[in-house]
Write a protein that binds this ligand. Structure first.
Ligand code: ADE
Length: 243
């Protein structure tokens, strides 16, 4: 069981993802818990605003630290939680981060906002996390991505078989897969997959996984821990390309 608390000004944005498909089932089965906290409710001024002008001038407004801090203080056992702020300047989230987070019991995500946040927020967070090198209007979609990627790695949420072979395990992309019919519109499924020859099928999957990674993500291949046999496959793939 992993608990997420999400601090956001737009809790309604999460309705779709939390009420559909795998995350919905994970919540029902109490494998994950997701609490949405609208930190506007913690504004101490009568108009319920949460932003203000920046000291020193500059365009736009900034989110004040107070409503976020007050909202954080209502979360039970906060000292044992991992508190993150979504921000394009954070460390880039990847499958390794998702795996590490899935082993935690409690994650708090503060959704940043295009306006920016008073920098003193750093006294109340453990780290800033970006989901990639582009700028979004707010931290809600990043928070959804983090909850999704982490939740599917929580025990029991999806079958462990699905996780075993998937893309990014050992920094390799997943091999291509096919379902019926065996020939569609003249395009046939590779013969070996229909052969019933188990060892050959495993070899095909490994070879294709390395080939795909070499083609699409050579940067990952450099980080992959290839066995002797896999390195031989990589050599063969490179030769195949040169001929
Ligand atoms: N907020 C705006 N852009 C973002 C990004 N790329 N990652 C995380 N939070 C963000």
């Amino acid at each position: 069981m992993i608990r997420f608390d999400i601090l956001t000004l737009f809790p309604e944005m999460f309705t779709g993802i939390l009420s559909s498909s795998i995350l919905k089932r994970a919540i029902e089965k109490k494998q994950i818990e997701v609490n949405l906290i609208d930190f506007r409710e913690f504004s101490t001024n009568k108009h319920h605003t949460v932003d203000d002008y920046a000291y020193g001038g500059g365009a736009g407004m900034l989110i004040s630290v107070e409503p976020i801090h007050l909202a954080l203080k209502t979360i039970p056992n906060l000292d044992n939680a991992h508190v993150i702020l979504t921000s394009p300047i954070g460390k880039t989230f990847n499958q390794e981060t998702a795996k590490a987070y899935s082993e935690k019991e409690h994650i708090v995500i503060i959704c940043g906002h295009y306006e920016g946040i008073d920098d003193r927020i750093h006294h109340y967070i453990d780290e800033e996390v970006s989901i990639g090198d582009y700028v979004l209007t707010g931290g809600e979609t990043p928070a959804m991505i983090i909850v999704d990627a982490v939740s599917r790695l929580v025990d029991g949420v999806i079958s462990s078989d699905s996780i075993k072979d998937e893309t990014f395990n050992n920094n390799l992309l997943e091999y291509p897969q096919y379902t019926r019919p065996a020939i569609y519109d003249g395009h046939a499924v590779p013969d070996v997959l229909i052969s019933g020859h188990h060892a050959k099928i495993e070899e095909f999957k490994k070879y294709e996984s390395i080939k795909r990674t070499y083609k699409y993500r050579p940067d990952l291949l450099e980080k992959a821990n290839l066995s002797k046999e896999e390195l031989k496959m990589l050599e063969a793939i490179k030769n195949e390309e040169n001929n």
